[in-house]
Design a protein around this ligand. Structure first.
Ligand code: SF4
Ligand code: SF4
Length: 160
């Protein structure tokens, strides 16, 4: 299944510590620096997103959000105002290894890194603690198989 971003904004919510605006250029573009690699990247706010930049309310919720993250008033979802010129680190990012849906197809949680669950559904979080976190298996492939099997038997749908 292809990666499907649901625009929750979580991955950008702490990136203000990484992405720093070094310069606002006269032509409306920005020089953005990756504080950890020193890489500088020219970015441009999409014309249809320019009006969103003035609204900084997202920083009340996420003080460390990327300087270009905003909320889209059309649907309340997160919006990268420089989406078309965003740096490679953002283009290549994929936030989960395993996607866990409930029986109705709603996202219940994401397995990130090796075995970390970011749960949307408290019921999945509880199930995880009692049935998945207790799996003792060093081999990652085998652990995935066992976790998927256990979740599937419980009625969840797991996508890789
Ligand atoms: S990449 Fe993942 S964490 Fe980031 S906005 Fe999309 S779904 Fe949310
Ligand atoms: S540049 Fe866009 S995608 Fe990258 S962290 Fe900032 S808001 Fe998120």
């Amino acid at each position: 299944m292809p990666f499907a971003c649901v625009r929750c904004g979580e991955c950008c919510s702490q990136m203000g510590d990484v992405h720093v605006v070094r310069e606002e250029c006269a032509d409306g573009s920005f020089l953005m620096e990756n504080r950890y690699t020193g890489e500088v990247h020219a970015v441009r706010v999409a014309p249809d997103r320019a009006s969103l930049l003035a609204d900084r309310s997202i920083f009340e919720r996420w003080p460390l959000a990327c300087p270009f993250l905003r909320e889209d008033p059309a649907d309340g979802k997160a919006c990268c105002t420089i989406h078309h010129t965003r740096p490679d680190i953002c283009r290549e990012y994929r936030c989960w290894r395993l996607l866990v849906l409930n029986a109705g197809g709603t996202r219940a949680g994401r397995v990130m890194e090796r075995r970390h669950l970011a749960a949307d559904d408290p019921a999945l979080a509880a199930f995880w603690e009692t049935h998945i976190a207790v799996i003792r298996e060093d081999d990652d492939t085998r652990w995935d198989e066992r976790a998927i099997e256990t979740l599937t038997k419980a009625g969840y749908i797991v996508r890789r």
